[in-house]
Design a protein around this ligand. Structure first.
Ligand SMILES: [Zn+2]
Length: 429
């Protein structure tokens, strides 16, 4: 079979064979300095070579002109059932507990159509941002699975291969107080593809028995766990420490994440670092959520917040703990602004947690799936699926940060699934 040159041009626009003059971060490229050519074959990254400008233009090549490129992004923590509701359910006061109350108030609007349309908006935005895996927490306050759980199960099937959707129940810890009920919830979560067992662990509801039931049920069902743990500034909060202890006891290494872990920021150094040592030993990961921590911690009316509630990212990384940054709430009672974009979460983390260098090291924390127990930490892209996101319009400097001046171009298994190639203004981009 032969192809006309027009056919090959169309094919190259959708599925290039080489991405020339790309800039990859140092953490996933052996070519830490300078631009690279990334060669694709059968939907995978076959090899990466230093950029060779002397190679003549090819029909099946995209010339990225130095644009930054990242592996597919990961959104480790969203709340799709709450997203885009702030206009109808604003919080009546500052802080986490007022936001939780307003969030509950919004549930009267949660028909299947309402849940679906807001989640689809979030999924479309995530795909355009370059997200391949999105984990959402889902409010689950009764023994039975909520309506959103069924809606998202359908959406997961519809979106598989574009954005892979994982659902975590966020339930008050008290729901696990009875072992039989803990078992029932875990069984329902385990029956859901991509299901992860979760809960809200806070000093206002802490129960060793309930947390133990939750972790034991996870172990029995082979589930991963993701807890909202110590999302508060109480120095005596010990949800993370208890979780690490139980993860060790039940052999859950690599399968448990603690989201938030704000209290570590206000504990004395010895206590906080002892907890992190235990977290590292138990193979528990941390998911840091700067936007909602900055907004909801130390929040009182008419007073500038002093305490910012950012978990101990540097100390965790120094201990080999898997860390990810997430977007958390978007335009709901918990956060009136924001978007489903891990790069925006990373930008906030650069400022709030002094992550540096932002592109060459920090970007690993919005691309790796290890903090979700969903795979190994990436150290090289060679041999990986060609799931990539290109940031056109950022090429002027080798140090340039990914720009949002142009639409991102998203590849899945080497094929373009979002964005426009070549970018709209052609050679001038
Ligand atoms: Zn959350």
């Amino acid at each position: 079979m032969t192809h006309s040159s027009d056919d090959s041009l169309v094919a190259s626009l959708a599925a290039p064979q080489v991405l020339r003059a790309a800039r990859l971060p140092a953490w996933c490229s052996a070519h830490a300095v300078g631009l690279v050519d990334v060669w694709l074959a059968a939907g995978r990254i076959e090899r990466i070579t230093a950029h060779d400008a002397s190679v003549p233009a090819q029909a099946n090549a995209w010339h990225l002109q130095g644009a930054p490129m990242l592996p597919a992004l990961v959104e480790p923590h969203a709340h799709l059932d709450k997203a885009y509701t702030v206009h109808r359910s604003p919080p009546l006061g500052p802080g986490l507990l007022a936001a939780i109350e307003a969030g509950h108030g919004d549930e009267r609007h949660w028909s299947a159509a309402d849940l679906r349309s807001r989640a689809e908006r979030a999924l479309h935005d995530s795909l355009a941002a370059g997200v391949r895996l999105l984990r959402t927490h889902v409010s689950w306050f009764q023994p039975e699975a909520p309506l959103a759980w069924a809606v998202y199960r359908e959406l997961r099937a519809e979106w598989l291969g574009r954005v892979d959707l994982e659902c975590v129940n966020i339930s008050p810890l008290g729901l696990f107080e009875e072992a039989a009920l803990a078992e029932r919830i875990a069984a329902a979560v385990a029956a859901t593809p991509g299901g992860v067992l979760g809960g809200f662990v806070h000093t206002t509801n802490h129960s060793e028995a309930a947390l133990r039931h939750l972790m034991a049920a996870a172990a029995r069902h082979g589930l991963r766990v993701d807890l909202h743990a110590d999302e508060e500034l109480a120095p005596h909060a010990h949800g993370v420490a208890s979780t690490a202890r139980l993860a060790g006891e039940f052999g859950l290494a690599g399968r448990v994440a603690c989201s938030h872990a704000c209290a570590l920021a206000v504990q004395d150094e010895h206590t906080a670092l002892t907890t992190l040592d235990a977290v590292a030993r138990a193979g528990v990961s941390l998911i840091s959520l700067p936007s909602t921590n900055l907004l909801l911690q130390d929040a009182t009316i008419g007073r500038t917040p002093r305490l910012r509630g950012i978990t101990l990212v540097h100390e965790a990384l120094a201990r080999g703990i898997a860390v990810a940054f997430g977007s958390d709430n978007v335009q709901d009672a918990f956060n009136p602004v924001g978007r489903h974009d891990p790069v925006a979460a990373l930008e906030l983390a650069v400022m709030a947690a002094h992550v540096r260098p932002a592109f060459d090291a920090g970007s690993a924390l919005v691309c790796n799936v290890d903090a979700l127990g969903a795979g190994e930490r990436i150290t090289s892209l060679v041999g990986m699926p060609a799931d990539l996101v290109v940031f056109p319009g950022s090429h002027e400097s080798a140090q340039a940060w990914p720009s949002d001046a142009r639409e991102r171009v998203v590849l899945r298994a080497g094929r373009k699934v979002a964005g426009m190639w070549p970018p709209a203004s052609g050679a001038a981009w």
